[in-house]
Ligand binder design. Structure first.
Ligand code: IPD
Ligand code: CA
Ligand code: CA
Length: 266
C-alpha cells in the first residue's frame, strides 16, 4: 500500500497544482461583488467553490469508493475506509485582499489515520507533500523540521482568533509569553502553509485553535513525516477534528506543549 500511496500522492500533487493554477489566474479578476460572507469573518468566492469542484472531480477518478470532507460542501459522500479532506483555498481572507499567501490543501485519511497530505502554496509555486511512512518533500526535495533546540531560538507561527473568541484570554496569555520567549511570532493567514513551513524548518512551531479538519489534515501529516511532533493543546492526538493544534520540531515540543497545556488548563 505504501507504494500505492506514493503514486497516489504524486497524482494529488498534480491536482493541487492544477487547482492552484486556476486560483492564480482568477486572483487579478476578483471584484468585491464576488465575495460572499458565510459567517462572522468567514468569506467565500466562486473561486473557492469552483476550485473545490475541480479537485473533487479529479479525486473521484483516483479512488471512486472514497468519501469526502470538504469545506465548501460541493459533495456529500461518506465513503468507506478512505476519505479525502479538502480545503480548496486555505487563506481566503488573504486571497480576497490580494495578499499572496494561500494554498490548496488535500489529505487522504484511511480509517482514522492520515496517509497522504499535500499543501500547494499557490503564489510561491511550492508543493509540500508526504505519504505515510515515506517522508516529506517540497517540490521533489526531502524536507525536515528545524534543528532548533530551544524556544528562545525559535521562530513561531500562529493564527489569531477571529471568529471563536471563547479562549481569547488564554490565547493572549500564551501569545504574550511566546513574544517574550522566542525570536517572534508570525501570522501568515493560511494554517496549511504554517504547517508546511514547520515541516521544512522555516518555522520551529505553530499553534492555533478554532481550526477545521480541512485546515490541518494535510499539513499535520507533512509535519510528522518531516520528523516533527503534532498534538492538540492537551498533548493528545485529537488535532484533526479537535479544533486545536500544536505542531513543533520535536526538540522544542516539550517546552511549548507544557506552557500551552498549563495556560489552556486541559
Ligand atoms: C483559514 C486559514 C487561517 C486560519 C483560519 C482558517 P480559510 O482558512 O487557515 O490561517 O487562521 O482559522 O479558517 O477560511 O481561509 O480556508
Ligand atoms: Ca482553511
Ligand atoms: Ca478555505
Amino acid at each position: 500500500m505504501k507504494t500505492e500511496y506514493r503514486q497516489i500522492c504524486q497524482v494529488v500533487c498534480d491536482i493541487a497544482r492544477d487547482a492552484g493554477a486556476y486560483i492564480r489566474e482568477e486572483l487579478p479578476l476578483l471584484s468585491a461583488s464576488d465575495i460572499e460572507r458565510k459567517s462572522l469573518n468567514s468569506y467565500v468566492t466562486h473561486v473557492d467553490t469552483t476550485a473545490e469542484k475541480r479537485i473533487v472531480k479529479a479525486l473521484e477518478e483516483i479512488l471512486p469508493e472514497a468519501g469526502f470532507i470538504v469545506e465548501e460542501e460541493s459533495i456529500d459522500k461518506k465513503g468507506y475506509d478512505h476519505k479525502w479532506i479538502v480545503d480548496p483555498l486555505d487563506g481566503t481572507t488573504n486571497f480576497i485582499h490580494g495578499v499572496p499567501c494561500f494554498s490548496v490543501s488535500i489529505a487522504l485519511m484511511h480509517r482514522d489515520e492520515m496517509v497522504i497530505g499535500v499543501v500547494y502554496e499557490v503564489m510561491q509555486d511550492e508543493c509540500f507533500y508526504a505519504w505515510k511512512g515515506g517522508g516529506a518533500y517540497l517540490n521533489d526535495n526531502p524536507i525536515r523540521v528545524s534543528e532548533t533546540t530551544s524556544l528562545k531560538e525559535s521562530l513561531l507561527a500562529t493564527g489569531f482568533p477571529y471568529h471563536d473568541y471563547s479562549q481569547l484570554n488564554e490565547y493572549m496569555e500564551l501569545f504574550t509569553w511566546c513574544l517574550r520567549n522566542s525570536h517572534g511570532v508570525r501570522r501568515f493567514g493560511s494554517a496549511a502553509v504554517d504547517l508546511a513551513y514547520v515541516a521544512c524548518g522555516r518555522f520551529d512551531g505553530f499553534f492555533e485553535y478554532g481550526l477545521n479538519p480541512w485546515d490541518v489534515a494535510a499539513g499535520s501529516l507533512i509535519v510528522k513525516e518531516a520528523g516533527g511532533a503534532v498534538s492538540d493543546f492537551s498533548k493528545k492526538d485529537n488535532f484533526v477534528f479537535g479544533k486545536e493544534i500544536l505542531a513543533v520540531n520535536s526538540a522544542v515540543y516539550q517546552e511549548l506543549s507544557k506552557k500551552i497545556k498549563s495556560v489552556f488548563k486541559k
